[in-house]
Design a protein around this ligand. Structure first.
Ligand SMILES: [Zn+2]
Length: 591
């Protein structure tokens, strides 16, 4: 009889704690790591010779939006393809519970996620099972399901506001009265007691419903937020997550007021708070102010954290994506509904191309739209594997200048490649200086958490669920534009550090007693391939799917879920309710 269910031999173990890599054997039984030693005695029922390969904990992504998808899809790709074994949903104040059980309310919630997170409403309408009303009901619905990875969620402010306040809850100028605030607080508390990991809200102008309305949560007062997060604090657990425009508002006084609000929320509740920090091109140094402010708060004993990314937050453009530089040109618009092959054929016609170039020049627009359709200096073709730190010389603007052509002509040439499937990459945030030097600094700050993947959202424009792969491949191996970062730090960022923030002390480290959530990685082969639009959402809804190479095995609680990038069919993942304590007696666990 075998002494262990699984032994992974001679691997380079990067254990998630930040400690130096070491060659060791890792033994697993009953879903738990039982030994990590230079040599583990006894045979495993399954033995894997991992010489030359790297073993890490399964990755923990605390910023996803799989709230809808999780009710119909057990695999939760692309995260699960990219080594992630635990996800936290319900971020940025949006979600599907609580929900008054009427078609009108369900449709409003679908419009919320369709608008804020670019998840096709038709897919949500067909896919969502709606076998819940309250937040605890929603957790029970998730609890009935099986997944390739563990899922957990948080109480989101926007649906809660509408559930309690009705239509007024969707209006950001309406404040809850005392009864409404009390009712909302009671729902937050019930949600945390049922297993939510935290309370989340949105204060950004970017987030809008399908109809373009701002979210009801946008101007919530510190009193409202303190009452809600305070109800969570009464339970002694839970984190606060929010997105505010502090990182991007040109109004410095507004940004300062937002930071003061966040600080007072933590002072009043004592709960850990994390917020989005990324670098917009017009304000390339605001993030430094926010990092200094967070560090000062931490020095004062307040648990604040920045949520940062391992690469640019990039919008994908193409004929199959939600946007491309031609979308405002009438001679392109008239093709937009045609089958892709016909679009490609017509975009090869010289007369039409000339008209599109002229129309593009004749349409001045402002703001983010101008950036999206005209930011050729930061628009890059996506190669395979994807280079997430492309040099300025690879931009559409540089290619056009070198060839003496109009950038729109270069775009037209590229968009028809791969039968119209070629995607272009526009780093919207974190690329103000044309490289990732500032991101490197962000990743080195002591109070930074890796977040912002938004996995499960932005189905036609952003594919950052693969950021875990970039964290290792680009930072610990590929980077040439500047210094790299230690593999041990990058693994720590996406394992123990994120897990501990949400109170999970049973995962994120390769050590005896911990969950056997493990990746076996061929670091030489690790790569993220270009996303492709696939139409596999309910009702034929489209989403970006991104494959990876180099993940030889992924184990969730000791069960192999992915082998060489393919789902094994196993679904060992479950809803995780609440924080998880550290294993009490690691040496005895699983023996
Ligand atoms: Zn988000």
């Amino acid at each position: 009889m075998s002494e262990h269910e699984l032994v992974i031999r001679r691997a380079s173990v990067v254990d998630g704690s930040g400690a130096p890599a070491r060659v060791a054997d890792v033994a697993v039984s009953a879903g738990v790591i039982t030994a990590v030693d230079a040599h583990v005695d006894g045979r495993g029922h399954r033995e894997i010779d991992a010489e030359g390969l790297t073993v890490t904990p399964g990755f923990v992504d605390i910023h996803t939006h799989y709230d809808g998808q999780a009710t119909w899809d057990p695999v939760l790709a692309p995260s699960s393809i990219h080594g992630v074994t635990s996800v936290v949903m319900g971020n940025c104040g949006v979600g599907f519970a609580p929900a008054v059980p009427t078609p009108e309310q369900h449709d409003w919630l679908i419009g919320l996620l369709e608008g804020v997170e670019d998840i096709p409403g038709t897919a949500l309408a067909e896919g969502l099972t709606w076998d819940w009303e309250t937040f605890p009901d929603y957790l029970d619905a998730l609890d009935r399901r099986r997944f390739a990875l563990d899922v957990a969620t948080q109480v989101a402010h926007a649906p809660l506001r509408v559930y309690v306040m009705g239509e007024r809850g969707a209006n950001p100028t309406e404040l809850p009265d005392a009864d409404e605030l009390g009712a909302m607080a009671a729902h937050v508390r019930a949600g945390i007691e049922a297993g939510a990991l935290g309370f989340t809200t949105s204060r950004t102008y970017v987030h809008r419903t399908r109809d373009g309305a701002p979210l009801g949560t946008r101007y919530s007062t510190v009193d409202e937020l303190t009452a809600l997060a305070g109800a969570m604090a009464e339970t002694g657990r839970g984190v606060i997550q929010l997105i505010s425009d502090a990182y991007q508002s040109p109004d410095a006084a507004y940004a300062t007021a937002e930071m003061a609000m966040m600080r007072s929320l933590v002072e009043a509740t004592g709960r850990p708070l994390s917020m989005t920090v990324q670098q917009p091109e017009p304000l390339p140094d605001r993030w430094r102010e926010m990092v200094a402010w967070v560090d000062a708060c931490v020095a004062d004993g307040l648990p604040l954290r920045t949520q940062v990314a391992s690469r640019p937050i990039g919008v994908l453009q193409g004929l199959t994506a939600s946007v491309n530089p031609l979308v405002l040109c009438p001679s392109f618009q008239e093709l937009a509904r045609l089958p892709l092959a016909e679009q490609v054929a017509k975009l090869r016609d010289p007369d039409r191309r000339a008209r599109i170039v002229a129309e593009h020049d004749a349409r001045p627009v402002e703001g983010m739209l101008a950036e999206l359709v005209g930011g050729f200096h930061k628009l890059f073709p996506m190669d395979d594997p994807v280079d997430y730190e492309p040099p300025a010389s690879a931009s559409i603007a540089a290619r056009a200048a070198a060839a003496g052509r109009h950038p729109v002509e270069v775009v037209l040439d590229l968009l028809v490649e791969r039968d119209g499937n070629q995607l272009l990459y526009m780093p919207l945030f974190n690329y103000a200086r044309g490289n990732l030097d500032d991101v490197r600094e962000m990743l080195l700050t002591p109070n930074a958490l890796m977040g912002l993947s938004d996995a499960g959202a932005h189905c036609g424009a952003i594919s950052d669920g693969s950021m875990t792969t970039t964290a290792l491949a680009l930072w610990a191996r590929d980077r040439t534009a500047g210094p790299t970062l230690p593999l041990e730090l990058m693994v720590h960022h996406i394992t123990q550090r994120t897990a501990a923030h949400v109170g999970w002390h049973d995962r994120g480290v390769v050590a005896p007693g911990m969950l056997a959530d493990l990746n076996v990685i061929d670091m030489a082969a690790l790569a993220a391939h270009p996303p492709r639009i696939v139409r596999d959402l309910p009702a034929g809804g489209r989403r970006l799917m991104q494959r990876a190479s180099g993940y030889v095995h992924t184990f969730k609680s000791g069960v192999e879920t992915f082998a060489e990038g393919e789902h094994t069919g196993e679904l060992p993942g479950r809803l995780v309710r609440g924080p998880r304590p550290a294993p009490r007696s690691p040496s005895a666990a699983g023996r």
